[in-house]
Design a protein around this ligand. Structure first.
Ligand code: NAG
Length: 349
């Protein structure tokens, strides 16, 4: 469903007002010769902070070049007829830009030098969420209890994930931020001395407090599409062990003219966490070998959970709670699938 038209563009509106008041600041560029080619009546060119494509094929948000530089980004390609640019930061970098790529040293090459790498996103007081579009975060894997002992990524705001490590590809997450407490988030990567080849690339977008596309608070993933793949951190890791210290919901909006939902596990068996941790699903799980018995977690390797029913009526938004506080259990080898990674599809009415 497209809801672009209904979205109040408050942030962008505020930017334009700021531009009119401050003149030189924000996204206005005094027209130079190029502009005169097609805009003889105007002395100022304005453009929205719309998505654009950088020279490396990344999509970014369009910024006036001087605005981007003032905000601390380095330029990444051009957009808006050559007037705008997208940004990215490396270790120690800070960016205010909506749409900033945070990248590991030498990306897309890997590195394996012990270091602490802090990358900071700053925002205005009307921003309540950061959306992280993860191209890849490839850090040393957790141990079998889901503890990030070698490498660890932490966020200075939001408590959904106390630690992140392992391998995660092509998915998104939301951080809730409180601009009254702090108008920045530090992404701190503590990289250990091991030889694991690390790299990461995350696009960070800023979502305004009154924006319709804001995810409900507490939703670590929020899907507004009829199909998609739900994925917890480290679902693409070699050991796929789920992480310790998670507490969030995966949320799915009910789309227009969709009345059923089907979940499909990507592996043979349904993932359920070790007992002591919680995956609360809006469906029931049964033990395939003993179908009269419901299961909510696994401590016995003999249990093969199946989802019942596989397709159900979609009466409203779906929420799947994932709470892992148990660092004492061995998470590895529980069932055949040791992380949350599943597809969904909303069906017609
Ligand atoms: C950032 O860009 C997104 C996508 O274009 C937009 O929805 C959002 O309002 C922008 N945020 C700010 C703070 O301008």
């Amino acid at each position: 469903m497209k809801n672009d038209k209904a979205q109040p563009k408050v942030c962008i509106g505020a930017l334009v007002v700021a531009a009119l008041v401050a003149g030189a600041h924000a996204d206005t560029v005094t027209a130079v010769n190029q502009a005169e080619r097609f805009l003889s009546l105007f002395s100022v060119v304005r453009f929205k902070n719309t998505a654009c494509t950088g020279s490396s094929g990344d999509s970014g948000t369009c910024y006036a070049k001087h605005s981007c530089l003032l905000n601390g980004g380095s330029l990444e390609g051009t957009c808006a007829g050559g007037f705008g640019s997208c940004s990215k930061i490396g270790c120690g970098g800070t960016s205010r830009n909506n749409c900033t790529y945070i990248q590991s040293p030498g990306y897309p090459n890997t590195f394996s030098t012990a270091m602490t790498c802090t990358q900071t996103i700053m925002f205005n007081s009307d921003v309540c969420q950061l959306r992280l579009d993860v191209t890849e975060v490839d850090l040393a894997p957790p141990d079998n209890r889901g503890m990030c002992l070698e490498d660890v990524l932490t966020f200075s705001q939001d408590t959904k994930w106390s630690q992140v490590c392992g391998t995660t590809l092509n998915t998104h997450y939301y951080l809730d931020v409180d601009p009254d407490a702090s108008t920045k988030v530090d992404f701190t990567f503590n990289i250990g001395a091991g030889s694991y080849p690390r790299k990461w690339k995350i696009k960070v977008s800023q979502i305004c407090c009154d924006q319709l596309s804001m995810a409900p608070m507490g939703c670590g993933q929020y899907f507004t599409s009829t199909t998609g793949t739900i994925k917890a951190w480290n679902a693409d890791g070699s050991n796929r062990v789920y992480l310790h210290g998670q507490n969030y919901a995966t949320c799915l909006r009910k789309e227009l003219d969709r009345c059923t939902i089907t979940y499909t596990e990507t592996m043979d068996d349904w993932f359920l966490p070790r007992c002591g941790d919680t995956l609360e699903f809006p469906f029931s799980f049964l033990d395939a070998l003993n179908p009269a018995v419901g299961v909510t977690c696994i401590d016995n390797a003999g249990i093969r959970p199946v989802l019942q029913p596989a397709t159900a009526t979609l009466q409203g938004p779906q929420q799947i709670y994932f709470v892992t506080g148990d660092g004492g259990n061995d998470h590895f080898g529980v069932g055949q699938n040791s992380n949350l990674d599943l597809e969904f599809s909303q069906g017609a009415c």
